[in-house]
Design a protein around this ligand. Sequence first.
Ligand code: KIV
Ligand code: ZN
Length: 379
Amino acid sequence: MEKRKIDIFDTTLRDGEQGPGCVLTLDSKLNIAEKLDFMGVDIIEAGFPISSPADFKAVQEVSRIIKNAKVCALARARELDIDTAAEALKQAKSSRIQLGIGSSDIHIKHKFNTTREEILRVAHDMVKYASKKVEEVQFFAEDAGRADNIFLAKMVETVIVAGAKVVNLPDTNGFCTPFEYYEKIKFIIDHVPNIHKAKISVHCHNDLGMATANTIAGLLAGADQAEGTINGVGERAGNTALEEIIITLLIKDLPISTDINPVFIGELSKMVEKAMSNPVQANKAIVGKNAFAHSSGIHQDGVLKNRINYEIIDPAMIGVELPDLILTSRSGRAALKNRLEALNISFVERNFEQYYEQFLKLADTKSVVAEHDLINLFR
Ligand code: KIV
Ligand code: ZN
């Protein structure tokens, strides 16, 4: 199948850092940015330069060290924001400003207290202004997830005519379902006359737990760029977790591909977790501690027969080692035998039922039976 290559836009350093308590030091930002570049991310959003001197500096330093990826900085649709972002990006080999304004009637009325016409005028003028200051402009139609599609199409056409090379249609509040988001992206692609002059980007939040599904839906509808963060960090319930998108596109038979080398995912996930002091939930897809752990007897028996019974991803793909089977009171005989053999604890086959009973008695008193527990029990 012919695959369409999409761009991966990482915003761990900008939207990810907006997660409550997820502050990053300059050093951590540079380490993460370098690793993202190494992994093959196409665009790194390094920060929002007008928001603080530290963010300005972070964008400046990331711009200085990044060799391959495009470096992006955020701005509101205001000249001073754009000037500041352009200044911070000066040393980047390849740069982009992402600027935008609200697109839903809720934002237009309750955030900007203005009209649709005025919003279109500002969007047009600021994209034109920014296009003279930086290599490439990406426009974000904030709260596109709740915007009226006909107005949104008008906005997208307006900013493309003004010079935007990428148009981001964020589901800012994580409100869409996958089918709705698919229809929205498809509607824009089908109804914007100059759509061929720009790329469409998808940026989804996880308020209803649908960020990954919505991103995949948007890509299948024809979007050219997926945005997200490592570990899915970000405002409120977070952003699309990029590791989920990258692995989904690798293992599913979809007509879309990326240039990312997934083997760095495990390391990058740990790096972001530590730098943000934000523990990854144990059952988080792909990078959670339990993502490759099998605990129940039925599953452990199946995995011991052939891992493909219960594993859709080889952990080596993301650079992590396969964990040992966990022994709990839900473990079966096959897992216990397997571990005793691995520990070189010999047993008489006809007495195994007794061993298993002793094991269960102990397991009922603990959440996990550790190696030393087994050694104490059977030696
Ligand atoms: O969620 C959002 O709308 C954003 C924009 C700034 C792209 O993060
Ligand atoms: Zn966002």
